[in-house]
Design a protein around this ligand. Sequence first.
Ligand code: F6P
Length: 501
Amino acid sequence: MTSGHWRTIKALPQMSLTRLFDKDNNRIAHLGLEQAGIYCDFSKTHLDEEAVQAFGKLADDMKLSDKVKALLSGEVVNNSEGRAAEHSAERGTGNPASVENARALHQRMKSLIEVIDSGVLGDFTQIIHLGIGGSALGPKMLHHALKLGDEKYELAVVSNIDGVALEPVLERFTAAKTLLVIASKTFTTAETLLNAQAVLDWMREEGVTDPMGQVVALTAAPEQAVEWGVDETRIVPFSETVGGRYSLWSSIGFSVALTLGYAVFEDLLAGAEVMDQHFQTAPWDQNIPVLAAFVDQYYTQVRGCETRAVFAYDERLRLLPDYLQQLEMESNGKSVTLDGAPLELQSSPIVWGGVGTDAQHAVFQLLHQGSHLVPVEFLAVVEPGDSLDPAHHQGLLLNCFAQGAALMAGKKSDDSHRNYPGDRPSVTILLEDLNARTLGALLAFYEHRTFVNAALLDINPFDQFGVELGKQMAGKLAADDGNQLDASTEELKKRAFGPGQ
Ligand code: F6P
């Protein structure tokens, strides 16, 4: 039956965006949805009521309602690893026992923050947060988006194993005043542990007598952290059922909560909870994450788009595309369905993007005239984040809106070099203000959209076996046990480390 729905969707008449606007005077009312301080304009996409209905039938056939219920009530939805995906329990929606557990762990996090703020653990003014992937991208993006610049603590988030990332932080920071926060769900990640060791060595060299006394660990494997030497009282655990790329709501948000204040973290959770409720209750055609996934599927499966570009017209959201790359591509970059059969549809589009207006002068040429069709997502914030002449913010927003309009309208010219084909789709997401609540809601929206995409494809968005092979190979290369890899890799190794290495 499912393939029948895809056939129907693929056979829908393909009208231009301008024609779609002409056809439906109420297009804005149908395709402009608002929730939790976020307005999503889907009207510049090729969806119309007929397409939304057809996708709705597909969603019903894919048992989307049951899948949402299963997700939000803590059932096992990550079938390859036999566990639930309970990030929403962190913000109050889920299995009551998991919600209770999350509250208790948040309380522990809050208490530790109070202890650190009181100064009894040391006179800390600087924080090095070490983590990678989901243990870094979320905290880094949140901090960048919400910091005001007058915080009590200076926060540096370091992820890369490349010493070039950590060294300048060590040069700038004062060891005695530095709190080291090690964020790792598994507490086995090579990059994070090597960086942590380097920070401890630096502290020792700088005369700190008890570096481990300046360490906090955020992890779902507290026993590993204890084994590594972290004092139990400074380990803030989170549940194994919270996936790495969904973990900023858990204790992984500790450094952000410490730097920006626990109330900010609570607002983040509260904003996300509003989106959770909306996702759980709104009918498909009024449901923002669901409609966004319909748009995604339309362009990926029907129009053959292989990428989706996200441009934040707000410096504070500069790191959002990086965060979304992991969320969407690590979740939905899969080639098999839940039962392990080959996926006959395209999986996640490649997510890329940047910040406006910079990107206009770099990559927008391809969006307007290139041969690829790229669905674009614009994000903008109504309230300015600066206090300069309002001309800055006005210019920013007008540029954002103009790009969407230009992509759609195009411009005909007899000179083919100067011809703009138009009919290029975009979604615009407008936040009334950028604060912890709206950002929380926005991130929950992206999580649920990713889930709906997975549900429509019948794939598991919660495992990530694809990243394991590279890790194993790195281990093999480092082990240097005489077992040669391919000739090309061996040559590279020889050139980097010399013969016999
Ligand atoms: O590289 C894969 C991954 O497992 C991500 O999913 C995760 O966010 C990241 O590594 C970091 O893992 P950990 O938090 O266990 O250090």
